[in-house]
Design a protein around this ligand. Sequence first.
Ligand code: S3P
Ligand code: PEP
Length: 452
Amino acid sequence: MSVHGDPIPMTARRGAALSGTAEVPGDKSISHRALILGALSVGETRITGLLEGQDVLDTAHAMRAMGAEVTHHGPGEWTVQGVGVGGFAEPADVIDCGNSGTGVRLIMGAMATCPITATFTGDASLRKRPMGRVTDPLALFGAQAVGRAGGRLPMTIVGAAQPVPVRYSVPVPSAQVKSAVLLAGLNAPGETVVIEREATRDHTERMLAGFGAEIRVEDSDEGRIITLTGQPELTPQTIAVPRDPSSAAFPVCAALIVEGSDVLVPGIGLNPTRAGLFTTLREMGAGLTYENEREEGGEPVADLRARFSPDMRGIEVPPERAPSMIDEYPILSVVAAFAQGPTVMRGIKELRVKESDRIAAMADGLTACGARVETGADWMTVHGMGPGGLPGGATCATHLDHRIAMSFLVAGLAAQAPVTVDDAGPIATSFPVFEPLMERLGATFDGAERCV
Ligand SMILES: O=C(O)C1=C[C@@H](OP(=O)(O)O)[C@@H](O)[C@H](O)C1
Ligand SMILES: C=C(OP(=O)(O)O)C(=O)O
């Protein structure tokens, strides 16, 4: 499937009810971290359930370029022979992180305290995204960064030859910034302290502890204080990557809005720092239940069952919930269009610096589909039109953004007239089996055969 090639238009149309089981791929955030921490440990890390989306494949390639041996054994099964903390080799060429903000920012952090120089680039979307949020704290360790105006890629990082540990309060709610600082702290002697006012996804902290790093997390009036002791020897791990709640969001939300649907999405990670969408949907009156709740690999997991929900009401989403559902606002805004009354989403300005400006992309596309949407710098309100109420019949621009593409395709499954996206290619970054998986549930797409 093309990610960076010619645009691949695709159309979704209303059809039969969706039913069956949707086995979504592994968690993207955890997959990146498993490869990077595997590369920084001494010995062989075994990974099952790795997401084989382009974002993660680009991180695997980067780890190889820095000296780790990364081997693919079969679907989702990988091993990584690590080089140890501080052991990265200087890459011989530019590191291309494609579409992935997580990949480039975490890798910059991990190499910033190694005595090597690396140049990073990405696709047209990633080259627009701000990197200063990561290079500012990396400078405190002694790393230098030179990039394009506004801290944009391509960018060269000269790693600190004699890194010092830092104490850093993260100014924006961002797990990528937090993680970059922690990964840099790994090769700085002494304690690196990261303070985050709002809790963001904590996979880096959990996985660092799993690899044997000394890491403490305390809650205080300032927020979460994370203290990491530098220069540990990380012990290789066996990691079973849970299925991605951010991918599960698409079949779940499709089932809620397509008449007569009943879909099971098994084995979804419900880490509280990721599960905000599901809480929100239940508050809106969605027929969404958690079955077989359990723990797997230290993460809470459940099977999600979603049924068509004609009585959903718009709500005000609490702004403090934003970090736990930051990637899910595009698909929530689609569900909101099929609920009764307004759904108000505040505290979401981070959406403006994702793969696209997601507030603008969703507002433009939903408006073209006949919804009434209001926006401000850090908020968006979608006025619901009730079940089956969205007219549709538009072509929506996806701006190299997988979540925008999948959101409008889901909208098209329930709208009165088909919805087309101008480019479904970017879906392969995070959810390469989206179309066949949705088609097995009964979704009708035109153009899908060009994408698999
Ligand atoms: O750390 C991560 O794995 C991620 C953090 C979030 O980004 P920010 O840190 O920019 O909020 C999220 O949007 C992204 O999809 C994955
Ligand atoms: C924002 C996202 O990813 P990234 O920042 O890694 O590009 C996403 O997957 O929605």
